[in-house]
Design a protein around this ligand. Sequence first.
Ligand SMILES: NC(=O)c1ccc[n+]([C@@H]2O[C@H](COP(=O)([O-])OP(=O)(O)OC[C@H]3O[C@@H](n4cnc5c(N)ncnc54)[C@H](O)[C@@H]3O)[C@@H](O)[C@H]2O)c1
Length: 220
Amino acid sequence: MFQNSYKGKVVLVTGHTGFKGSWLVTWLLKLGAKVIGVSKDIPTNPSMFESLDIEKKIFHNFIDIRDLEKLKGIISKYNPDFIFHLAAQAIVSKSYLNPVETVSSNVIGTMNILEALRFYKKKCITIIITSDKCYDNIEQSEGYKETDAIGGKDVYSGSKGAAELIIKSSSKSSKYSGNIDNIPIEIQYIRSKPCYMVAKSEEGLDRAHKKALDRLIHRG
Ligand SMILES: NC(=O)c1ccc[n+]([C@@H]2O[C@H](COP(=O)([O-])OP(=O)(O)OC[C@H]3O[C@@H](n4cnc5c(N)ncnc54)[C@H](O)[C@@H]3O)[C@@H](O)[C@H]2O)c1
């Protein structure tokens, strides 16, 4: 289905050293993409990024997405056709300990991606990943839909809700929705519905599904 979409294309993945990012990079490489990675660190040990030796297969960069000038520099150096923006402080419990880092990485980091695109003179389809936790959790049993209220009871959820609002308002404002120098900019939303993710790492221990899996394995 995606065979021809990414073959020979330059794809920039932020958060490529993380759990989802390393899977995404592996898949993009199989589809023939030239992958550029941007992350600030390797967040887990063990890590799939290291186990699969991904660093040697892509153009790997350690950059903090809060640094707009460095982000612009990477984009103008590699000229991506696609950007997948996954980089974030992704752990809910860490958002209690490091709320400022959570908000700055997740909100300003997302704004910086949009701002860097504003100065980028090439068509670039950009997919920004937020979270199902962007929704105000009103404890309803059915899932949430895109017209439901944004909210959250912790700073991580709030940061993802804020990122959603920034993306939505930016895409509606004239500087993003129209053409800049006749170059169209497309921003696509993925509002994830809850799905099961299993992350095996010490850092990811507080991910609910990892805990559930551990309980199943250890209690039988
Ligand atoms: N894993 C899940 O269950 C889940 C669920 C919903 C949404 N998400 C979202 O998916 C994305 C990826 O999640 P994950 O589980 O792979 O996260 P992860 O913690 O495994 O990886 C986070 C990645 O972001 C990078 N990063 C963090 N702050 C950065 C910064 N300031 N500058 C540059 N890079 C930075 C890290 O270096 C790492 O590459 C995140 O946006 C997360 O919020 C994850």
